[in-house]
Design a protein around this ligand. Structure first.
Ligand SMILES: [Zn+2]
Length: 333
């Protein structure tokens, strides 16, 4: 089923307007500490001691990066120090279900048409760093993983840096929360960072309505994607209206891929507040739910959506971080 969307015209991000808005939001957002939400100290539906499924492997691929002043990402951050936020995509090898992708990263099109994604000024400022060959499908093939063998693509949310390679997985069902799809269908604004082009090419959608799902551990709700309890999509809404994470129960440890509910480890450990979110109060509660989960399940490995160091420091056999292609034109810092 094809998604019917309004035309993109006029909806692309204008960075100048975005930066101005970020400044204004920053001035107000960093002044408003929120109370710590009450969260139960039990892990609902989460057996302990932990036991995962053998044969699951997670491959991490860096598809590029979003380069931004720290202050344009985090409330109270410096406007003179730049940060590179790696755009990570993940491929899960499952012993019986084949390949499942979680987020597809930035499209290679961003190399030649960055203004399509971040506007004229964002392109001039080099806001996107996308090396040649960094597309998820290309990197998968180089690693011996066939994109045509991907049966499911789970999207943390619909921002362009997570949806770029969707058309490279024509045999996959694309899975997203119902709230996220409804937001894109009805609620886009000029600040949304959504590129509808890859979404228009989706052949098979599946939506998750977390309202109908049960809580898991300290999290609001979880949906068992394969029916064997090994891959669980979880409600992490707040960054966007339908943000979704993925729990993967490998034999070594449980992983929580947060998407952009947490951009980096600082997002959930400090926790460092983002400059904006669709629902900041809800974002805050989700972060504390993740914190409590990690506190009560010491084996949990949390992988944020844009954190190179968090990926690099994982040291268990079931998690493979692939060396990203480099590009002399856009050296990484
Ligand atoms: Zn992102």
């Amino acid at each position: 089923m094809l998604l019917v969307l309004k035309p993109l015209g006029g909806r692309r991000v204008g960075l100048a307007a975005a930066l101005l808005c970020f400044c204004l939001v920053s001035l107000s957002a960093c002044q408003q500490p929120l109370p710590i939400p009450p969260i139960k100290s039990t892990l609902e539906g989460w057996p302990q001691p932990y036991h995962g499924l053998s044969g699951i492997r997670i491959h991490a691929f860096r598809t590029g990066a979003v380069r931004t002043p720290q202050g344009a990402a985090f409330a109270g951050g410096s406007w003179t120090s730049m940060i590179d936020m790696g755009a990570w995509a993940f491929v899960i090898e499952h012993p019986t279900a084949g390949l499942v992708v979680f987020d597809t990263g930035i499209a290679q099109r961003a190399r030649t048409e960055p203004e399509h994604y971040v506007g004229w000024l964002g392109a001039k400022l080099g806001m996107l760093d996308v090396p040649a060959g960094a597309g998820l499908a290309e990197q998968m093939r180089a690693a011996g993983l066939d994109p045509l063998g991907v049966t499911k693509v789970v999207l943390s949310h619909l921002h362009f840096d997570h949806t770029g390679a969707i058309p490279d997985f024509p045999n996959a069902t694309v899975i997203v929360s119902a709230n996220e799809k409804n937001w894109v269908l009805t609620g886009l604004s000029k600040m949304d960072f959504v590129d509808v082009d890859p979404l228009m090419k989706i052949g098979q959608w599946q939506t998750i309505d977390f309202q109908n799902e049960k809580p898991l551990a300290t999290l609001f709700a979880a949906h068992d994607l394969l029916g064997d309890g090994s891959l669980l999509a979880v409600d992490l809404s707040g960054h966007t209206p339908g943000s979704t994470g993925l729990i993967i129960k490998t034999a070594d440890a449980p992983f929580l891929l947060t998407g952009d509910a947490a951009w980096t480890a600082q997002s959930w450990k400090w926790p460092a507040m983002p400059i904006s979110a669709a629902n900041m109060t809800l974002w805050w509660e989700q972060i504390w739910r993740i914190r409590k989960f990690a506190m009560l399940e010491p084996h949990l490995i949390v992988i944020p959506g844009h954190d190179d160091q968090a990926v690099e420091k994982v040291a268990v056999p079931s998690f493979i971080a692939h060396e990203p292609p480099s590009d002399d034109k856009h050296p990484q810092t």
